[in-house]
Write a protein that binds this ligand. Structure first.
Ligand code: SG4
Ligand code: ZN
Length: 256
């Protein structure tokens, strides 16, 4: 029934459209990004993230992922958003049961072990996040692939918080300011962008996707921490990604 979607065979991506018809739409996410078929574009304004440290960041294991809620004023603008500024609401991750899969987007059919999503909304145009989430220009999600390598300090703060929310439904508030700017890769101006959707029910077709070409590093231990979270069935919370959806007649643009 509605409201009990997940990632098992009986409630997972292949049956979401039964309760959430938008999941069968023509503008769905994630997609495979075939770098050779992207269209190179020069945007008028560079993509810019105005992020600042977040005091007392609240983190929750909601049984489906790890989500951090952002209360401060943090924005992205430029690139496909042009002069519009979108405000950061939260971030979360998708990951696999082993290093060979876990990301939602794939690049040249290659998956990464995890993908970070920073969810922003068009707060100048819409009164509430919920209203924006259902509007075709309401959201912009910045996607960043995690790759095994040298972890950054901000990710370490996230994974320390994760240790405190292993059980579904538990939350934790950070005691020191979270280094939000430090979470991003060095050059966010290398990206792919296309019109898509939320990758979870209700799969609203409201997202301007911006997928960074640069990755952020994470350690094998950090990936184990992700995989040690428990889901609502008290199993390991793993493979919480939607498989890629057809691109259809959409074009993926590549910054240059
Ligand atoms: C995850 O389920 C998050 O927990 C949700 O965040 C998020 O929904 C959802 O993914 C879809 O976001 O970038 N993958 S995605 O398309 O942010 C929203 C919360 O529920 C609306 C806070
Ligand atoms: Zn996501």
């Amino acid at each position: 029934c509605a409201g009990t979607w997940g990632y098992r065979d009986d409630n997972g991506p292949s049956v979401w459209a039964r309760d959430y018809p938008k999941a069968a739409g023509q503008r769905q996410s994630p997609v495979n990004i075939d770098s050779g078929s992207t269209k190179a574009v020069k945007h008028d304004h560079a993509l810019k993230a105005d992020y600042s440290p977040e005091p007392k960041m609240s983190c929750v294991n909601n049984g489906l992922t790890f989500v951090a809620t952002i209360n401060g004023d943090n924005f992205i603008s430029g690139g496909p958003l042009d002069t519009k500024s979108y405000k950061l609401a939260s971030f979360h991750f998708h990951w696999g049961s082993n290093d060979s899969h876990g990301s939602e987007h794939t690049i040249n059919s290659q998956a990464y072990p995890a993908e970070l999503h920073l969810v922003h909304w068009n707060y100048n145009k819409y009164d509430t996040f919920a209203e924006a989430a259902a509007a075709d220009d309401g959201l912009s999600v910045l996607g960043v692939m995690l790759k095994i390598g040298e972890p950054n300090a901000a990710l370490k703060q996230v994974f320390d918080a994760m240790e405190k929310v292993k059980s579904p439904g538990t939350n934790f508030v950070m005691t020191s300011a979270f280094d939000l700017p430090g979470l991003l890769p060095g050059d966010i101006n290398k990206f792919y962008t296309y019109p898509g959707s939320l990758t979870t029910p209700p799969c609203h077709e409201s997202v301007t996707w911006i997928v960074c070409q640069e990755t952020i590093g994470c350690s094998k231990e950090q990936l184990s921490t992700l995989r040690s979270l428990k889901n609502n069935d008290n199993n390991h919370l793993v493979n919480n990604f939607r498989p890629v959806m057809p691109l259809g007649n959409r074009t993926i643009c590549c910054s240059n």
